[in-house]
Design a protein around this ligand. Sequence first.
Ligand SMILES: Nc1ncnc2c1ncn2[C@@H]1O[C@H](COP(=O)(O)OP(=O)(O)OP(=O)(O)O)[C@@H](O)[C@H]1O
Ligand SMILES: [Zn+2]
Length: 725
Amino acid sequence: MKIVAVALKVPLHKTFDYLLPDPLPFSVKLGMRVEVNFARQKKVGIIVEIKNDSDFDIKKLKKIDNILDLNPILQPDLLVLLKFAAKYYCYPLGETLQIALPKLLRQGKSPDKTSISYLELTEQGLTSKSLKGKKQQALLEQLKGSGKTPVTELKALGFASQTLKSLIKNNLIREFIEFDEQWQSRELTVNNRLKLNDEQAIACAAINQNDGYKTFLLEGITGSGKTEVYLQALENTLKHGQQALVLVPEIGLTPQTVNRFRRRFPDTPIMLWHSALTDNERLQTWRFCEKGSCAIVIGTRSAIFIPFAKLGMIIVDEEHDASFKQQDTLRYHARDLASFRANQLQIPLILGSATPALETLHKALINKYQLLTLSKRAQTTTDNQYFLIDMKGQEEHAGIAEASIGAINQHLKKQKQVMVFLNRRGFSPTLICHECGWLSHCGRCSTNATYHKSMQSLICHHCGEQKPPPHQCPDCGSTQIVPAGKGTEQIEEFLHEQFPDIPINRIDRETTRKKGSLEQALSEINTPGPRILVGTQMLAKGHHFPDVTLVIILDVDSGLYSCDFRATEHLAQLITQVSGRAGRSGEAGQILLQTHFPEHPLLQDLINNGYQDFARYALSEREITDFPPYSSMALFRAEAHSMQLVTSFLNLLIPEQPLHGIQLLGPIPAPLEKIAGKYRYQIHIQSNNRATLHQYISQLVDYLSTSKLATKVKWSLDIDPIDMA
Ligand SMILES: Nc1ncnc2c1ncn2[C@@H]1O[C@H](COP(=O)(O)OP(=O)(O)OP(=O)(O)O)[C@@H](O)[C@H]1O
Ligand SMILES: [Zn+2]
């Protein structure tokens, strides 16, 4: 009698045994989907083990209802990766597998049902000069830049079906369905390849010489041409008929990035993977990759779970970016899983960043990774100049120092672009009563509600609650309610009054909510002429803005004195990345940092010696204080509507005697103690030995599976947490 262990989407750390039908219609393999009856419900599960015996009474085992696949839906290597992820991040295997699978496969649908249609320019479209319709012209331009592009991708950029249809009707573009099985046998076409500088050439050669698994850290300052190294390293992979996975941060996935790949390899099938794909597209991309008919996938973190027929290289661009870490359910880090996967497949992994995470840099410095350095900018020979503006006693307007306003004026006069950075959207972070000091708190979270002037509302950025601002103070009845503190909306308003003739683009989560609006703004920024950009960290990453020569960072101080041990690392990364948008072609850029602490050692080190130096010093501090990467950490969080319930639950987990090799800190309130009405507390778990940490945690999870109290609170484990909130 054959028995299979099935992983089901249930929040339990175990699998379930079922009997296979006898005789079997065909051979059953690991990774196939089955339909079973579980707690009187039909569920789709995955076979993760085939065996002859069970720990349960075989007579009581149920038969599976259906085998859904003729071939495994999860390849053996992917199954191994997911089993590792479930174990490492202490998350139920069944739920882990379900997170990796496209929704249609989770629902038991057939993998081969959908198709993707593409658009490309016709001969006539290629030579067409200009069209009357603005939108139609924009679509032509887009396709000239990107080559053939999936219809849904164009729609995501804001093009209407009507625009597409009218161009098809006029024979300027054509629609087709692609299933490219041939790309490996064609000669690779490479367009517009740049001549590498020495450092780039050395990096590329090191990667290409490699055979088997190796991780490279490409530590290249902003604008040093890391992307060019990726592109030329990829050539080798593609020539061997191998596929490549390029992971990018969530907001790094812009048409500019993608177009660069498409223009370089015009005959090579390239697909995107991100949260805005439809279920059909997601499944189709998954299948194309699995069958080998897609050569390059550019995707956000979950692309690490895509199956490939012949994966030859993984690249993680901006590897330090926090969006590679999933912050709920399976709290995986895509970079770390990429390293597991590259090792598993014996292929190279390239981690690229101007501001590597200290974990990554540490591995490079102890020679676990090979360090490749790009120390010069590709298109300019002059370095950016930094200036600290001491805000103590400075006259300021909407948070902008008089000196900064003068600098803006100068750069605009020279027909250049200026970027003003503030990591806080909205008009002001809170409203305050001028008479009694009442503050606009969110009713459900231990935080303020942000005032958004254009929408006339108070919005909590944590739970999303939205309400109109009061006309009178709820406490004292005064009508003198005023905004306190600054947000990007207010900066934009002020700069608009100050420079009425200069176009301003504000880029934050609010102004880019509408489909295609970010792309629209980015393309405006690339038209020459003076312009001001105001934005949050959406502006910080990866963009190439050739005309920006002045960057002003307004709120440096908020990151200087934080209790989070990673705060300075993140601040240094942010300052470096934002600054890196200036002076990228020709002229050197100027960076103004507004601060009340100009003598702060972090700022001094950063502006005088650069991130590379700062990072190495910060690592030595981590070593002294025993923080990661010199120790391993996990965060145990719990939340419930009753504070008493959460704390007594967590107190139960703290043993009376200290544990050997494990340090526990807590329970302590999370930095945001209450969100959406729930109290949040946590325990920090730390050890100098990763194995000891994991051993302790698996005992903890075993204990929790039997604890009654554990069912009354919502708890979670975060292994290698990067956000302590
Ligand atoms: N060898 C080269 N010769 C001339 N120009 C180059 C070369 N390599 C790169 N460039 C150009 O330099 C600019 C910056 O390169 P790129 O965007 O790849 O830098 P990056 O290191 O990825 O920067 P960031 O980290 O800021 O995103 C681009 O316009 C690119 O085309
Ligand atoms: Zn709230």
